[in-house]
Design a protein around this ligand. Structure first.
Ligand code: UDP
Ligand code: MG
Length: 329
């Protein structure tokens, strides 16, 4: 970043904030703090980032000593700060709260989990990409060997399914990502409450790139994402980003209507050949025909509901990245 005016040739290091949502993470917080501290100190020494950089822990209504620990860390370490949500709101909300708070102090923000599953050494490369002019840098898991077979198959299947539904999702990217201040400023205009952050950032646009890292095992403690939460999250991802499931109803209706023509021919042939009881022809044709018609009708209503759903999200319709008119001055 080159500043104009008197600082013409002064290369300013960006202020980095690392946002880390924490829910009942007392077992990992100490080690996470140790590693992040070393990382930030190193980057500051290398003049990669400003000495004003910080780690911001977001306490998501933890029931254990997490918040007390964050307060303690903040007191002893100048590179650490924290915010605490009024109650548990879930990973995505906690992360959003952290990002929106951090953007007021930082030039660039990296979000990551508290459990050290995301390799913190990828931060160096993310900063490098940022300096090359990328506004979003997605951390992507190169391998998933450390995940259980079940988690790997379900997660990878999910990303493929999202793609099939037409959602622009970065494959195997969780919430380990770098975002510049201007991306976060624009992001604050996305007012939806059903959050699926990893699907929303691609909507913002700007130049983005990917860095690969190996996903490790959780340092300590248990996953805060049990199967039920994971399924909910996946379902949220699908229903927040695609109205295709509604369209399927319509398609299904047409298929059934088509089948009903076959049934009609079949029933009439049976009637003509005298192979049927009284009223059967009428009933079987009616059931299939009406069924198809109803399905189409529901599908059409669904289309409108889908439109309304998209309207209520009030997502920004465009974001201007560069305005040459402004640059002239
Ligand atoms: N988390 C949170 N609120 C919740 C659940 C999880 O802030 O309600 C945080 C958690 O502390 C961690 C991150 O979200 O930093 C990811 O959770 P976890 O590592 O348990 O998920 P997994 O890696 O197993 O998918
Ligand atoms: Mg984890």
């Amino acid at each position: 970043m080159i500043e104009s005016g008197e600082n013409m040739f002064f290369h300013k290091e960006p202020i980095l904030y690392v946002v880390v949502p924490c829910y009942n993470e007392e077992e990992v917080l100490e080690e996470t703090t140790r590693q992040l501290k070393a990382k930030l100190e190193h980057l500051i020494k290398q003049k990669e980032i400003s000495p004003k950089s910080k780690v911001m822990y977001v306490n998501d209504g933890s029931k254990d000593r997490t918040w007390e620990m964050i307060e303690e860390i903040h007191k002893n370490e100048k590179l650490f700060t924290g915010v605490s949500l009024s109650r548990n709101r879930g990973h995505q909300n906690a992360l959003l709260g952290g990002l929106m708070t951090a953007k007021n102090y930082a030039d660039v923000v990296i979000s990551m989990d508290a459990d050290l599953q995301d390799d913190i050494n990828a931060i160096d490369e993310m900063i490098l990409k940022y300096k090359q002019g990328f506004d979003i840098v997605y951390g992507v898991r190169s391998k998933r060997q450390k995940d259980t077979f079940f988690k790997r198959v379900t997660a990878e299947g999910f990303y493929k399914f999202m793609k099939f539904l037409g959602v622009d999702c970065v494959y195997n990217h969780a919430d380990y990502r770098l975002t510049s201040k201007r991306v976060l400023e624009e992001f604050s205009n996305y007012q939806e409450v059903n959050l699926f952050l990893r699907g929303m950032f691609p909507l913002v646009g700007f130049k983005s790139d990917i860095v690969y890292y190996e996903r490790k095992e959780r340092f300590a403690g248990e996953s805060k994402y049990p199967l039920k939460k994971m399924l909910n999250f996946a379902w949220d991802g699908i229903t927040s980003f695609s109205v295709k499931p509604l369209r399927f109803i319509c398609i299904l209706g047409f298929i059934i209507l088509f089948i009903s023509i076959g049934i009609m021919i079949y029933s009439l042939v049976r009637k003509i050949t005298g192979n049927t009881i009284d009223g059967w022809t009428f009933l079987s044709i009616s059931i299939w025909f009406i069924g198809g018609l109803q399905m189409i009708s529901i599908g059409i209503i669904g289309e409108y509901i889908g439109k309304m759903y998209n309207e209520t999200k009030r997502r920004p319709r465009y974001i201007i990245a560069e305005n040459l008119e402004e640059k002239k001055k």
